[in-house]
Design a protein around this ligand. Structure first.
Ligand SMILES: NC(=O)c1ccc[n+]([C@@H]2O[C@H](COP(=O)([O-])OP(=O)(O)OC[C@H]3O[C@@H](n4cnc5c(N)ncnc54)[C@H](OP(=O)(O)O)[C@@H]3O)[C@@H](O)[C@H]2O)c1
Length: 290
């Protein structure tokens, strides 16, 4: 029996918990802020699966487990850490399943680095209410190669979610940051993916991504110049009304992952002496708007 705790049962945490529950060898605990009884996951084909994990709302109720999956938003570190203090023992592995490129840096002050596993996830999902999740497309995760990674892969063997170990994880997360950083324009304009079809907006997206590429390369990622045009083509090919999570969060008046998606480019740019004026402007606009 594997004891697994999921901290933050939102869109991603709810999706992963429901799929993990398909394996009877998993003993699942959910660390939640908003209470619910049953997790309901609507799959891309409209089918529905449910799960009844143990649900805790107070860290004092928690005890150490084999695996912790952190699926809170990148800005919720403080609230997450109060759970980690109880859920993490010397043998616990902690998977950080969030956007951005600083998975390990965010939690290194709180968990020994050798127990941490950064995870990049692509899995379009939205939370319709506490415990009610809609998965809009297939889910895939990428992890760095290693022994912990192999065990993480095995957790999802009973699910349709794929987990791929990659020897160049850094490049994978920076490629995703190229996509996410450009998406900030939707949050600024409060308009969905269709804005990429406007030539002037596409030029600004290209500039955001070029700054991301320059800083990512300085950090050691292998990023080709052609990524900028590929990302813009991707936004143009997406359904015109596709809304990214930064846009959705701003539209709903929720906090935004601006720092994890654009602020990080500015901060790490400064470290390497690389100017990032367009990302700096985006961060200022979104901070002023929120
Ligand atoms: N959704 C996607 O399609 C998608 C795709 C790829 C990557 N990601 C990334 O995955 C990460 C998670 O995103 P998400 O979309 O799943 O976010 P989300 O739906 O907002 O879920 C976050 C969950 O964390 C919970 N939470 C916050 N603080 C907590 C605390 N102190 N204790 C317990 N639970 C707490 C929230 O509780 P409440 O219910 O009270 O709000 C919420 O259920 C982000 O980094 C995001 O960028 C998301």
């Amino acid at each position: 029996m594997k004891r697994i705790a999921i901290v933050g049962p939102g869109a991603i945490g709810g999706t992963l918990t429901t799929w993990l529950s398909q394996n009877p060898q998993h003993d699942l605990t959910v660390a939640a802020r908003s209470i619910f009884e049953t997790l309901t996951l609507e799959m891309p084909d409209g089918a529905v699966i449910t799960a009844r994990p143990r649900i805790l709302t107070n860290p004092d109720q928690a005890a150490a487990v084999d695996w912790v999956l952190v699926t809170t938003k990148a800005y919720d570190v403080a609230g997450t850490v109060s759970w980690l203090k109880k859920l993490v023992g010397p043998q616990t592995h902690v998977a950080i399943i969030q956007n951005g490129v600083e998975h390990v840096e965010r939690f290194a002050p709180h968990v020994p680095v050798e127990q941490l596993l950064p995870v990049m996830i692509d899995c379009p999902a939205e939370r319709q209410a506490p415990g009610r999740i809609r998965q809009r497309g297939p889910g895939r995760m990428v992890v760095p190669n290693g022994a912990i990674a192999a065990e993480f892969v095995s957790l999802f063997a009973h699910s349709p979610l794929t987990v791929t170990p990659d020897s160049d994880f850094k490049t994978q997360v920076w490629k995703k940051l190229c996509v996410n950083s450009a998406g900030a324009l939707s949050a600024v304009l409060l308009k969905p993916a269709v804005i990429a079809r406007h030539e002037g907006v596409a030029d600004i997206m290209r500039a955001i991504i070029q700054e991301c590429i320059a800083v990512g390369r300085a950090e050691g990622a292998q990023l080709d110049d052609s990524i900028a045009d590929q990302v813009i083509s991707g936004y143009r090919a997406a359904p015109p009304d596709s809304m990214n999570s930064l846009h959705a969060d701003r539209a709903a008046g929720r906090p935004m992952e601006t720092d994890a998606r654009n602020g990080v480019i500015v901060r790490l740019g400064r470290k390497h002496g690389i100017a990032t004026p367009i990302n700096q402007m985006i961060v200022a606009l979104l901070e002023a708007a929120s």
